[in-house]
Design a protein around this ligand. Sequence first.
Ligand SMILES: [Zn+2]
Length: 299
Amino acid sequence: MQKRQEPSRSPYREVQSHTVYRAPAPPQQVRRRRRKKKKRHPGRLLILLCVVGAGVFLAGGAWRGLVPKVPGHNTIALDAGHGGVDLGATGLLNEVDLTEATVRALEEMLRADPHYTPVLCRPYGEGMGINERAAAARNARADLLISVHGNAEETGTASGFECYPLPPGRKNHDESLKLARLMGQQMRAAGSTLRGEDGVRYAYYVANGDGSYEKRILDPSADSEDTADSSFGVLEGAGCPAVLAEQCFITNEQDVAAFGTAQGCRLVAARYYLAICDYFGTQPVYDEQGNALPQNEQN
Ligand SMILES: [Zn+2]
């Protein structure tokens, strides 16, 4: 009850009485000063953003997106999985050796073909983040992306080819599936067994709710098409039809002998190249062994 009488000496009142004698600046002046300060900030920030933006634009290669596209000529983004300190899976060889050997051979074939321009998602021998790899494809305005990987399994018995197109619900799903099926057909013709449905599967990262993710693999016929879970980041971010291929098991002797040696990687590259030619309907300039075909004058 006593407390009710105290407010007459409360600190609040004292403070109030002090401020009365401080004679603060007229409200208008204060307002003007504040307004000036506010004006300065956006200007400086804008200049800073422009400078940083231009730097990122040039360094990131976004300027390439301004180059007009040539009809009938296609840019193929090639992503050699892993790289740098990331050797990928280990088995009878390091996965990264397989991914780079295959991409090198595929790059050579595409470069020799006047219909195509290959673009690397990362430099050879270097590592790069998934988002940067996808950005490299986007900035180059790639028409297709192929991400090359090798599979691994503990017992050494698993073998065969499988590949993952952008799953249903994505803008480029149909075209990705078309390329994936062509790649599967080519690998079957090369003597590989096909996993999934004709070598095609969908992959999703499903959130466990504790911040971790679990990889879920579905066959195309089992896919419900309504999943919001993300697939491989490099596919999701490429901005074009995209397929990730596990070309063979680096833990399986027969697979490595056929598709993991330098010669084997070249053979797989030739098969990927023929799948690309099939996809766009162009005349190949390499055969299924990776040998350059004699060129007639039309080419
Ligand atoms: Zn991999």
